[in-house]
Design a protein around this ligand. Sequence first.
Ligand code: G6P
Length: 607
Amino acid sequence: MCGIVGILGAKPVAPDVLKALKRLEYRGYDSAGIATLEKGRLTRLRAEGKLKNLEAKLEATPLSGTIGIGHTRWATHGKPSETNAHPHASPRLAVVHNGIIENFRALREELIARGHQFATETDTEVAAFLVDDELAAGKSPVEAVGAALKRLRGAFALVYLFEGEENLLIGARQGAPLAVGYGDGEMYLGSDALALAPFTERIAYLEEGDWVVVTREGAVFRDAEDRVVKRRIIHSAAGGLLAEKGNYRHFMAKEIHEQPEVVGHTLAHYIDLSALRLRPFAWPVDPAGISRVSIIACGTAYMAGLIGKYWIERFARLPVEIDVASEYRYREPPVEARDLAIVISQSGETADTLASLRYAQAQGAKAIGIVNVPSSSIARLADAAAPTLAGPEIGVASTKAFTCQLAAIACLAIGLARARGAMSESEERALLGELVAAPGLLAQTLKLEPQIEHIAHRLARARDVLYLGRGPAYPLALEGALKLKELSYIHAEGYAAGELKHGPIALIDEDMPVVVIAPRDALLEKTVSNMQEVAARGGRIILIGEAHAAEEAALELDGFLPMPEVGANFAPIVYAATVQMLAYHTAVIMGKDADQPRNLAKSVTVE
Ligand code: G6P
């Protein structure tokens, strides 16, 4: 949430700050701002709304400073407005902030009592005034920030720019990511390596509790105890992963269409394709000794985990618990050393998921992190990394990361089954055969886009939409409903088809589209019966399934999306693109911004 950037440049930095912010806009887009030193004087430009509004202001009032900071905001404290937009300032400095300062109320009262006047509703201003007070008392900027950081509680990343200091930025990390980029006579700070990719591939990450003093000559890192520490400079591959839309209208459309390729890459990471055997996996615990698996995630990653539960239970015969991270971390669930935790996160920075990982580890469990960003906090903290190779996902609603998460969990489930002796080698080969066929079948479903667009015109007129499925298609129904909700703002619910008669059936009438996801499996007949129940009440059915399912139902359908023949196990991977495209086209038809839906952000680094 919120993207931050800082540049110590050899030339005017405003265009590059803007360029970096464009690559961070997925983190928040309700306002944006920049501060530079113009002849040593702090100068700010801020604008409500998307980055293009700030861009227009910068065109009208160009800035020429060679040092600057920038911010793109996802509001937590205070409504989206120009006043609440970052950078925030005090007479001696400007600051950009990502995260939440939890003790800001107490600090604010203390600072008001000392005579400070707050101009905004944000929690960030306290981080400005605390440092300002230390400077006023005669401390240097480094001493002042060092002292102020000790007073801040919460999860945040900060970058400070000081009046009159042409060669100094100070960054801090406590619970939200921050990276330092090394350029040629230029230095950078940013929320992630992707933001800095146009300028440098040489990146060092701040560790938890670190703060860093950056000049054009380099960076000096200090840990939470203020000891000077070394942080390794790594070569980031983010530059090659260009965040461009290509010929697509939206990143989301591009990312949906990339799925056959990136799911294939992810599978190839886990499967030796020529031998059709799983590659060895470095389990953080002996799989034979595991008594239970706990899956923890948020949002779409949680939906992937729900599908993974079906696979792990079915293949490895291991009990699986699954929880949304915001509940898991505070429920204090009993965890044993024989438990295996699996955390799933595209960004690897989601605050609740990260805290859950720490909780499980503190209780003695080992954890696997299924993560898309290899340099992220979760990927680094997990005892074993299970990467997804989706590449940068820019659309706020997760698509290709989801199907890659499914690919990774499917491989882990088969691996667990084999390692525990619950599956024979020939069964492994058979399942892997089904799995490696998935990307090709996924490519076939993408060809249904014109039909999907046609159906989307009808969904766009609906007030509510119901999604039904059984078995692993049930979590996909949840994901379909989530996608439609977040992109089109149409109310949608996913239900286990068998639960239909326990509530949602009361909603069904001729105005209610019901999307039924019915792969060919042992439960198909039962799902078909549920379709009959919907039809009997006048509901309008949109069926996603094989031709066989439509024949079996023998109903007049409002829409039918014929799926390729796919084995019973991995249909969710193949079918996922249909619910994604349904939501995408509905949103586009309704004139909504599919890449940046209102109120949402991609990387949720606050609770
Ligand atoms: C936000 C995003 C979702 C994502 C979720 C979890 O809600 O909008 O697309 O699924 O966070 O994010 P993570 O990075 O942990 O997968």
